[in-house]
Design a protein around this ligand. Sequence first.
Ligand code: BGC
Length: 410
Amino acid sequence: MTKLAEGFLWGASTAPHQIEGNNLNSDFWRLEGRMPGSSYSGDACDSYHRYREDMQLSADAGLTAYRFGIEWARIQPRPDLWSNAELAHYRRMIETALELGITPVVTLQHFTLPAWFADEGGMTGPTALERWRAYIERVSTILDGVEWLITINEPNMLAIMTGLAEMVTSGKLDEWVSPTVEGERAGSLVSSLPAPDPAIGSALVVLHREAVDILHARTAAKVGWSIANQALTATPGNEQQFADVSYVWEDLYLLGSRGDDFVGVQSYTSQPVDAKGIVPHPPHPDNTLTGAAYRPDALGIALRHAWEITEGVPLLVTENGIPTASDERRIEYITGALGVLLDAVDEGLDVRGYLHWSLLDNYEWGHWEPTFGLIAVDRDTFERTPKPSLGWLGEVARTHGASLTTGVRP
Ligand code: BGC
């Protein structure tokens, strides 16, 4: 029976734009009105004010870690304006987590940018390095006591979003689409979204490396970034195609994390690669609310691939989850995912924790229907209602994984 180490992190993940509400100075806030058929984030889950309650619910359930992000657009709402009050806000969040005995895992950039910086060209624009450096230096002043830092969330998805922005600006694409929902609903990410441009990806690697250096010099934290792991598999005879597609979608970013303290693994589903490329998810009654195939085993594929390409960088599962209206289904999915995680640990992979996506039913980049949360949120009153999966995952955490193999299942 596998039991995970005492210090293994058990928790849930969130992102600032998806839960805080009123992220007025960000590029995505501005974009929401321009994506046909999409909803606004609005007040979101009002976690900007209710973060203590969110962390308390996690701690009460037995979880030991909480991943949240710092919103650059709040810290630097204008190019020449830094907000000390917003820095103090995020400092309070870190201190609240520490006070509750929760290990904070802090993301410094999760898809959104200050709108003014996006107008300058964003992460690939002429001012990117200078602006990014200034932000990272500023934010490093409030990170005392933080052990885990993620520089950029899903640089491969960010490359797609950056590519989309360029296409809309140049008139090659008429309309914005949700980066995480429309693509999958259409059958596959690749069918309606452009592949991540390796030139953009390489620019993001440079920014990541820069941030790693600054943060190592100024903090005691472990630093890495978190990648959208595709869990791709080769179909017979298409090994070269698999290698090429994997490089563009994922490996460029995994190679960019070689030598890091850890790499964040983010896994939801898996897709085969054939001679034509990534095979779209066929329609199936088991598909999730975003149209992706139900593949709890994807996490095992993702962990092994990340371990191989990074040449043994410690792995932290920073996202894994399922958009579903059925909490029983969620528990079944997590049970499967943790099963393959335990197998990977048995094989000798160095896995440091499991952070479920997501703590709350939150704003899924243009939509509210795909619910990923361990906790439901009333969007009018913001009342939180833990689902059975929260207590269930807390029990797994308390027993260091043993409850999974001793039958404490729903
Ligand atoms: C992102 C999250 C998103 C989740 C589910 C990841 O792409 O980091 O922001 O909500 O997957 O789609």
